[in-house]
Design a protein around this ligand. Structure first.
Ligand SMILES: [Zn+2]
Ligand SMILES: [Zn+2]
Length: 160
């Protein structure tokens, strides 16, 4: 099965070993992808543990379950990073995540900040872009997940 994060790799060679704690992500992008896959598979404990310590203080698994309720996360696009980042032990990743809620399609477009803590990448916070929210996407367009199938023959089928 192709990984939830829309990489070209299978789940068990991409995000699954990170979510299971068998391996740690080498890059902030890998961590971000694995957090997306954790949302897609409802592994909220992993999402909590991959926040920076400062953010974990104010969060619980229940908060994360609550905030994700009703959303079906189905595709992720990572944008090429333009801004050079000079601060050590930090990284910036821009992405758009797609989800269905109440039969509508939404996108979450965020530029996220990641820090290294105790040698591991952690998500700290992010800035949402203005184009977040409900979107209309043509049924005959190539699917947002990059499968090369038409949307109506691909992720659109997960909208129920
Ligand atoms: Zn993945
Ligand atoms: Zn698709």
């Amino acid at each position: 099965m192709r990984c939830y994060c829309c990489s070209s790799k299978p789940f068990n060679e991409c995000c699954e070993p990170f979510i299971k704690g068998v391996k740690y992500p080498n890059t902030a992008e890998q961590l971000m992808r694995s957090r997306f896959s954790a949302y897609a598979t409802a592994h909220y404990q992993y999402i909590l543990e991959t926040y920076t310590k400062e953010k974990q203080k104010d969060l619980s698994v229940e908060d994360l379950v609550q905030s994700a309720q009703g959303a079906t996360w189905f595709a992720l696009k990572v944008h090429p990073t333009l801004a050079a980042n000079s601060k050590p032990n930090t990284a910036v990743v821009e992405f758009t995540a797609y989800y269905f809620e109440n039969k509508s399609m939404y996108q979450l477009h965020e530029t996220s900040n990641f820090n290294i803590e105790d040698g591991k990448w952690r998500y700290h916070d992010g800035v949402l872009h203005d184009d977040c929210g409900k979107i209309k996407y043509g049924r005959n367009l190539p699917c947002v997940c990059g499968s090369n199938k038409k949307f109506k023959q691909c992720c659109s089928l997960k909208n129920h």
